[in-house]
Design a protein around this ligand. Structure first.
Ligand code: HEC
Length: 155
């Protein structure tokens, strides 16, 4: 009994501290997602409505294409994406992936590991939802749905 009490006394506060740190990280991730604008593209209707979209719809990806000299890109369903990649892979993607416009890659590159992990944990905490976004289409391929059209770059 003495040993049990001692063991519980040692482990329980550590487990609680880890849980608190995890929750803090999720809460920070939520804050970061709000101030870095991920929802503007990765949440349908968010930018157009001034953010009037319920949190349970956040980051489910969008079928509204972004068309320019790079082809047509579709903001990924991050709610599903984080279920498929590990936290380590998420960091690798943020550091090295050559994502196409208009994904603000410089913003991801500039984030600290702690901030990137917090965002990952927050998105994971929301659970998977929504359909997979349409696949990238190369230049010259006609998009099936609506697009935001970028003009040709200045000469
Ligand atoms: C201006 C629009 C826009 C904003 C804002 C934006 N994204 Fe993206 N994001 C995209 C597009 C478009 C793609 C798809 C790029 C491609 O096909 O290469 C993408 C792709 C990604 C991917 C790659 C996922 C995969 O399927 O490979 C990650 C990760 C990502 N975004 C995270 C974020 C995070 C985190 C934020 C907020 C800090 C954010 N994005 C903000 C448009 C945006």
């Amino acid at each position: 009994m003495g040993v049990m009490a001692l063991a519980l006394g040692c482990i329980a506060p550590a487990a609680q501290a880890a849980k608190d740190a995890g929750l803090k990280s999720v809460e920070r991730g939520r804050y970061l997602v709000k101030i870095t604008g991920c929802n503007d593209c990765h949440t349908p209707g968010f930018a157009m409505s001034g953010g009037q979209v319920a949190e349970k719809q956040w980051l489910i990806g969008d079928s509204l294409g972004w068309r320019g000299p790079w082809g047509t890109t579709y903001p990924s369903n991050l709610r599903r994406y984080v279920q498929e990649v590990s936290e380590g892979d998420w960091l690798k993607v943020a550091r090295t992936a050559e994502l196409r416009p208009p994904m603000p890659v410089p913003s991801l590159r500039a984030m600290s590991d702690a901030d990137l992990k917090a965002i990952y944990r927050y998105i994971r905490s929301l659970g998977p939802a929504g359909p997979t976004a349409p696949a990238y289409q190369p230049p010259g391929e006609e998009p099936k749905g609506p697009v935001v059209q970028f003009p040709a770059p200045p000469q």
